[in-house]
Each structure stands twice: as structure tokens, then as C-alpha cells.
Write a protein that binds this ligand. Sequence first.
Ligand code: NAD
Length: 467
Amino acid sequence: MDQYTMLIDGERRIGDRFFGVRNPATEEVAGESPECTRRQLEEAIVAADRAFPGWARDDEARRDALRRAAAALTDAVDQIGSLLTSETGKPLRRAAEEVYGVAHWLTYYADLELPEEIIRPSESTTIEVRRRPMGVVSAIAPWNYPLVLSSWKFAPALRAGNTVVLKPSPFTPLATLLVGDVLADIFPPGVLNVVSGNDVLGSWMTSHPLVRKVSFTGSIDTGKAVATSAAADLKRVTLELGGNDAAIVLDDADVVTMSGAIFAAAFQNSGQVCSAIKRLFVPRAKCDEMVEALAFRAKEAVVGDPLDDATEFGPVSNEPQYRRVLGLITDALERGATAAAGGTALEGPGYFVAPTILRDVHDGAPVVDEEQFGPVLPVLAYDDLEEALTRANGTMYGLGGSVWSSDIERAASVAVRLECGTAWVNRHLGLVPFAPFGGVKWSGIGVENGIRGLEGFSDLQVLHRPT
Ligand code: NAD
């Protein structure tokens, strides 16, 4: 069984013990991850703190290191991608895309030109609005996109001049540990540390006095715990949390044409995307047509072995999530919903669920009100657009949303009324490094990506001086 190493102060390290990481497509152990001890975390954070002043000093050296990191990961794409597939279950080409995504984010931040902000209140005074790095950043990632979501943190954090301690989810630590291994000689010791362990390791990372910023992606409940822990000494936080995105189809939409993009945005990564479509609102008169079009795609979808080139969708990524998704489907069926496609697990081994389209399902059912985070989409009939908007916004989630119509202006005027951080017209998903991304209400605090994402890893300093 392959065992992987952490990266602490520039050295490859194991813990006192290892824990097995399961392949969700086979239920076999894919590899062994070290369990970071509290003493080792201390070493990582102290090393990051020690490395900070030197790393913060030279912007060109940082850009150069980020570019070299992107090149090294691109060279190792096959090795990292196949390990990522073995722990997440995502198809191989999707895993490779994720590795390329990390390289893309690193390159974007290496190349980003930061605007200078100068204010001249008078002839004799110049005010420079500057940015200073914060220090040690704790970066904590979830299991659905372990690599690219980590890079949304470490690429801007490092570029801004901070040092980083990164922790992947205990369900999917292996590819992240391999990334640390590939990058071990690119960054000076202590600049990037990668540790692995269970949830308690995360809580140590959010309460350590040397950490000045916590960047967290995960569930809302954990996000609240992270915010509480960070508040004790006013660490800055960025929280990217769960979503329950609504898509509203307007009465003028060409349902059959749009169903392909809607299906893709609901079922990408087997529905395990924070900003996937999770509730689909359709005018009652168009509901049958939409359900039929989506059910056709769901039945045609190739679900299976992620190592097979033909596979479009792999399993749900871990057993607790598999049980939760099946529980939500069963509950909806018991409440009177109909599965127009799917509705059941697929024969094992592996945590496979047939892509499921639910109709006759109503607000109040957990599959509608809560984030399902799996391959099941409830189709919800509405009679009046104001009613659809009220229902779409009637939640504490506020990550993304979309409106679908043949009239783009009309759709945009509805989209801006959605209470969410990102709103799309005639699409949903498709995240890019240069656009900020974040949630409102319980879906998060702060944003990642773009210049604003970089700013989240720095403090403002305003320098007043004689001209
Ligand atoms: P999770 O909250 O269970 O775990 C996320 C990470 O937090 C893991 O590394 C975990 O070990 C760690 N952790 C757990 N308890 C902790 C604590 N008390 N202190 C510090 N760290 C702790 O989430 P998950 O199940 O891994 O991920 C799925 C969730 O993430 C979904 O809700 C999804 O919507 C959300 N998500 C959000 C975004 C976004 O950008 N908004 C992106 C992807 C996923």
C-alpha cells in the first residue's frame, strides 16, 4: 500500500501513524495518509512564521516560484490525476483537468498586475494605498475538488507574500500530499506546508496564535465553528460554504435546447459542486417537457468506472455522503415524489447512485430545502415568477443562481434579484480565476479569485507622505 508524506518546513515527513483512504469506486483502500500530530502542526506553523519575512520581501521571486510550481504540476499531471481519481472517484480526464486548473490558477496569480492606488489630496501630500501580507495562513479544503479549491487559497496567499499551512479533507488527502511532494523543492522551507489529518487538526489550525488568516472551504456548520474559533483573537477569515442554488427557467425558454446545459450544471462531478444547480424552478406548463428532457439525459449518462474513457460520472465520493444522498432520495419518494430517472443506488461495489430527476416534490422536503450535494435534482413547478423568486430566495443559502430565457435582458433583470454571490444567465457554473466568487447569507464571508481574492490575503496600509 502506497504511503504518502506531508511537507513540513521543506521536509517530507510522516506522522506517528497512517490512516487508510478509500477509493469510492471500489471501496478498497487507495493509499495511506499520515496523521499529523499536534507537535508536527506546531513545527509547520512555526516554520511558516519563520519563513514569512523573507518570502514577503521579494515579489519577483514569488512570481517566479509560482510559475515554476505550475510547470512542475503540469509535468506530473498523469501521476497526480490518477491518484486524485482513486480517492475522489472522478473520471480520469476530469481529474487531469483539475490538475491543469491548479497550474492555471498559479499562473494567473503569478502574472497578475496589481494596480497602484495613489490619492493626492493636495500638491504637497501623496497618499499611497498599499497592501501588506498578513503572515501565516491556515488553508482548509473540502473533498469535492481537493486540488483546485486548495489552489484558490495557496496561489493568491503565496503571491501576496504570506506563508501557508494547507490541510486537505481526510476523505481525499492523497493527491494534495503528492502536490506538496512535487512542490517541495520549489518553495523555500516553511513557505508551503501540507499536513493531513482529521477534523481536529483543522480546529488546531484555526486556533493557533501564530496564524493570522484562515481560509476555509467546506460545510456551513464547520464554517460557523471556524469563524467562532478565529474570532477569539480576531484572525481574518474567508469562508466558502455550502450552496443550494436555484435555477429559474422563464416561460419563454426553449426547454429542450436548454436542458443539456441545465443537466450538466446540476450533475457535474456527480452533483458534488458547491454551486451546482440544486433546485430547478420551471413554469408549471413546461414542467412535463423539462422533466422528460432531463430524464432522457439522466438515463443516457454513462455512470461507472472512472478509469474508463467512456465514463461521464463516477461514484459519490465517500460513504457518508452516499448514504446521505440515498436518504434524501428515499425521503422524497416517501413524501410522494416521482423519480423520472434514477431513484436508486447502482449495484456495487462502489458508492454509485443513478442520476436522479425528481418531480412532484415540494419545498419543505429536505432534498429541496437542504444542500443535497449529489446526483439528484428536484424539478419544482411554479405558477408565477414572483412566487418563484420568493421561493428561490427563501433560504439562508446564497451561493449561486441562474435564470434561463430566450430574452437575455429579461433574464438578467430577474437574475440580479436572486440573493446570491454569483448569478448567471443561460448558464450555471464555469468558474474562472479572474472573477471573484463567494456567497452571501450562510454561503460564506469574503470572496476568492481575481484581484479581490488576492486582497483577501492582505491588509490595507495607507501611507501618507510629503510629495
Ligand atoms: P466539511 O465542513 O465537513 O470539511 C471541510 C474541511 O474542514 C475538511 O478538511 C475538514 O477536515 C475540516 N474541518 C472539519 N471540522 C473542522 C473544524 N472544527 N475546524 C477546522 N476544520 C475543520 O465539508 P466537506 O464535507 O469536506 O465539503 C462539502 C461542503 O463544502 C459542501 O457543503 C459544499 O457545498 C462546500 N463547498 C463549498 C465551496 C465554495 O466555494 N463555496 C466549494 C466546495 C465545497
